[in-house]
Design a protein. Structure first.
Length: 370
């Protein structure tokens, strides 16, 4: 606002002069005024709306936009003085990184970097945000997060979500034919969009390491890949009315990547543990969990909260060791969660009875899952 507003009887006595970013040029604005177009200015955020001479109101233009023309004096720059690029820049960026044009209409990393760099926490720029992108596509967001970390030494994290959308379809003869939008990716050997996402992250991390010789030692260019899959057999929790003739998953190893027939090398224990952590509201990262050893039995847990017992091999020695550590306050858990199929009936009964005999303050809740 360029002139002071003086309100008298609900009307501004002064001329209203505004400067704002618009897709309309000054010439167009003046031309519309001559036609009788009025501009409506909201008092809360100064959003501009056009009311044309025929009383039709436009909610679309003029509007504020991010200027990306490098010759425009209003071109947007981030706080590191980097200019925000265009989709054309993004396409070239992707081709240079992936060596082929594998994705249509990618966003420029400069735009995502610009938006992420605006995040404020406790009146300071946040260097530890977690950025979630539900439509990962070519993983521009992950690339931008890593670039920004390399620039300012931040420790931001990203979570990329992408459906395994195929780049092909089957014709009537069962042959793979690329989809219209997925032809470039299919020709480059990518069978689904999520494959592009993962490969982009790998290549982007490598490029950042090569172009930043003074990169901090703790720069993390890696990622963990999680898949959401349905078991190829029923689990008990999916059956409303138990049918003894149903083929159930009972052994832990049935949940391994190999037996679920998906890419990866996850063990059955890792699959169950990750699923339970998600259900219980904990961090997905198994590497951050505490590891416990009870007479040779390996287990994971969240200190002072939950202990997970998944694999088989539990018997009386393990029960004695666990009860001893709970009873002497070496360990404390609010709950113990176990995979019921891994426990023999007598061993489970022994554990239940032992927990009941503990002091109430040391007595965790026992949760059995199947």
């Amino acid at each position: 606002m360029n002139k002071e507003v003086i309100v008298n009887n609900g009307t501004n006595e002064n001329e209203l002069v505004l400067t704002f970013k618009s897709r309309w040029t000054q010439k167009t604005v003046l031309s519309e005024i001559k036609k009788g177009t009025n501009f409506l200015v909201k008092s809360t955020d100064f959003a501009i709306r056009a009311q044309y001479s025929e009383d039709k109101i436009s909610n679309e233009s003029p509007k504020q936009i991010i200027f990306t023309n490098n010759n425009n004096p209003l071109v947007v720059k981030d706080r590191f003085n980097n200019k925000v690029g265009t989709n054309e820049n993004a396409t070239l960026e992707t081709i240079n990184l992936m060596k082929k044009n594998v994705f249509s209409y990618p966003k420029p990393t400069s735009l995502i970097r610009y938006l992420i760099s605006l995040v404020i926490k406790n009146n300071n720029y946040s260097h530890n945000s977690t950025i979630l992108d539900f439509f990962a596509g070519s993983a521009t967001t992950a690339d931008a997060v890593m670039q920004l970390n390399a620039e300012d030494g931040g420790h931001r994290k990203f979570i990329m979500v992408q459906l395994p959308e195929k780049t092909y379809e089957l014709d009537k003869n069962g042959n793979q034919q690329p989809t219209k939008s997925g032809k470039a990716a299919f020709d480059a050997g990518y069978m689904s969009i999520d494959e592009i996402s993962r490969e982009r992250i790998r290549r982007a991390a490598q490029k950042i390491k090569e172009t930043h010789p003074n990169l901090k030692a703790d720069f993390d260019g890696g990622f963990k890949h999680y898949r959401v899959v349905k078991p190829n057999k029923l689990v008990l929790s999916q059956i409303a009315d138990f049918n003894p003739d149903e083929e159930l998953i009972t052994n832990v190893d049935a949940f391994s990547s190999q037996n679920l027939k998906v890419a990866g090398n996850a063990t059955g224990e890792e699959t169950i543990l990750t699923t339970w952590l998600t259900d219980d509201g904990y961090d997905l990262d198994i590497g951050k969990l505490n590891k416990y050893d009870f007479a040779g039995y390996k287990a994971y847990g969240v200190a002072n909260s939950r202990l997970y017992l998944i694999n088989d091999g539990w018997s009386i020695p393990q029960t004695k060791e666990l009860l001893n550590q709970l009873g002497t306050n070496k360990l404390h858990f609010q709950s113990i969660v176990l995979y019921g199929y891994s426990f023999k009936t007598l061993d489970l009964k022994e554990l239940e009875n032992g927990i009941k005999q503990l002091n109430r303050d040391n007595q965790p809740n026992l949760i059995k899952r199947y």
